[in-house]
Design a protein around this ligand. Structure first.
Ligand code: FAD
Length: 496
């Protein structure tokens, strides 16, 4: 049997695996990407591409296509028991914080197609109909055995393996990495439907908090097309099989406003899992995306987090494979991304508990406290300035990473994502697309020595106001545009 050879084997061509492949292309690293399916998903699943993901898409050249194929969310309406209580304009919610200050609605099927087509345009493609069976790690390589479309067993040998194979990851199982956490008791439903209603306005989202829980109407592409998410009431749970007519009834009861159903595209029920692996790698094998962590889909964070796992891992693999960094660099992938997943699970769990708590307290919280707090928050620009970065993942940071040299200028700290600003009239991110370390020299800071000669260097004369009056300093940026050092003295500062 002929064995295929490559550098990185990627198992799974969902958004995480496809993103990893697109990133490895930027660094010129060879890979083979396998998937047991015959093509990308046709399901809408994750519907929002967040700003931080858009910045990453911009680097690989697919952000503009994503914008052209998607649509931005209009207004968010907070309702209680069918009545609108608060409205929040989302169209340019994150203005001044990123080149992509909106929530882009793009179905997961389209996001995956975009990434898969990008691979093809670069001369690579997914090896479909290839089901991973087992891995064997020995010394300096990993061998993967998979079953091809005819049922024949085949092998690939690579330097590294990354399991991007979803929540039931076979790679995670074979590595023996525990997947700890729990599963909510509640049964949720999701339906993609065409709805006729005078209450629902095109492009707007509606979060309706009810005595019994919530029902969310999220705009999808296409006229009157909505994703509806809610909790299956106890009286329906005992039914052997729920038909869509049951869902129509449930949605009407929960919405508490006039609506009619015109068409149903997809509906399903699911239980929310909240789990993560304690380590995202062992030896030459790593896991990323849903294979490493899963949480409630309501926060719209799952797919985006997987894409960002891949972004974090790709440059580290590339630097180690090219001999530019010690293999210990790869340990920082797990350190940084496990911490991120932990924080995310805590936040989504807390938010979800608030939405689903039963009894008088839950009802009081949903129908009185949340609208009350939202009314105050939407009037405070400080609160609003922190909401967009949190949801759109701009505020993800690595302050405790071994790659972060504790330092700060004003409110900007090492470990933060490079803050967005305009340099010579264009987004600073336009000048940070190069997949390598960068040195930004601000004001009159001295020209650095040869140690940084391999890094892209930028001189910034007009220093943005958020540096609070400081003018002469440096920022050392990692290839993923997180700050590894910010300060006035480069002595002792190294790039890996
Ligand atoms: C209803 C719903 C709504 C959601 N909404 C959102 C949202 O709004 N925002 C958001 O960010 N996320 C959302 N999510 C979550 C999102 O869909 C997932 O987080 C995302 O798909 C994870 O991507 P992944 O690539 O890690 O895994 P997956 O998408 O699960 O991809 C794994 C791939 O691995 C392949 N595979 C598995 N086993 C093998 C094997 N043995 N051999 C070869 N191939 C294999 C599979 O065929 C698949 O293609 C939602 C999910 C659901 C179900």
């Amino acid at each position: 049997m002929e064995t295929q050879q490559t550098t990185v084997i990627i198992n799974g061509a969902g958004p995480t695996g496809l993103s990893l492949a697109c990133q490895l292309l930027r660094y010129g690293i060879d890979f083979i990407i396998l998937d047991k399916n015959e093509k990308t998903t046709h399901l809408s699943k994750a519907m929002v591409v967040h700003a931080r993901t858009m910045e990453i898409f911009h680097e690989i050249g697919v952000a503009e296509k994503a914008v052209a194929q998607g649509q931005t969310t209009g207004q968010m309406n907070l309702m209680t028991n069918g009545k609108i209580r608060q409205q929040l304009q989302l169209t340019r919610f994150g203005e001044g914080l990123t080149q992509f200050p909106f929530f882009l609605i793009l179905e997961q099927s389209k996001t995956e197609t975009l990434l898969a087509e990008h691979l093809v345009s670069e001369g690579k493609q997914v090896q479909w109909n290839s089901e991973f069976i087992r891995l064997e790690e020995s010394g300096d390589h990993v061998t993967v055995t998979y079953k091809d479309g005819n049922g024949a067993e085949r092998q690939i040998t690579g330097d590294y393996l990354v399991g991007c194979d979803g929540a039931k990851s076979i790679v995670r199982h074979q590595l023996g990495l525990a997947f700890e956490g729990d599963t909510e008791e509640e049964l949720f439903f999701v339906a993609d439907v065409k709805i006729n209603s005078a209450t629902l306005q095109p492009g707007n989202a509606y979060v309706n908090l009810t005595d019994g829980g919530f029902v969310i109407f999220f705009p999808m592409q296409g006229e009157h097309h909505y994703r509806v998410i809610g909790i299956v009431p106890d009286e329906f749970k005992s039914k052997e099989e729920l038909a869509f007519d049951d869902f129509k009834t449930i949605i009407k009861i929960q919405a508490q406003f006039e609506l009619g159903f015109e068409e149903t595209f997809w509906f399903s029920t699911y239980r929310v899992h909240s789990r993560k692996a304690n380590s995202f790698g062992r030896g030459r094998c790593y896991i990323a995306g849903d294979a490493a962590h899963i949480h409630t889909p309501a926060g719209g964070q799952g797919m985006n987090t997987g894409i960002q796992d891949a972004y974090n891992l790709a440059w580290k693999l590339a630097y180690v494979i090219k001999g530019k960094a010690d293999p210990s660099l790869l340990e920082t992938y797990s350190i940084e991304r496990v911490a991120n997943a932990e924080k995310l699970l805590k936040t989504t769990d807390r938010a979800f508990d608030l939405l689903t708590t039963e009894g008088i307290f839950g009802r009081f919280f949903r129908t009185y406290m949340i609208p009350f707090v939202a009314a105050i928050a939407t009037k405070t620009s400080f609160t609003m300035r922190s909401v967009f970065p949190m949801i759109s993942m701009l505020s993800i940071k690595y302050p405790h990473s071994p790659l972060t040299t504790k330092s700060h200028i004003g409110k900007i700290h090492a470990g933060d994502r490079m803050p967005y600003f305009l340099h010579k009239g264009v987004s600073i991110y336009e000048q940070l697309k190069n997949p390598g370390f960068k040195l930004l020299r601000f004001g009159n800071a001295a020209i650095p020595d040869d140690l940084f000669s391999d890094s892209v260097q930028l001189h910034i004369v007009g220093v943005p106001a958020f540096f609070e009056g400081e003018t002469d300093f440096y920022i050392v940026l990692r290839p993923d545009n997180y700050i590894s050092y910010i300060g006035r003295d480069l002595a002792g500062i190294r790039v890996v």
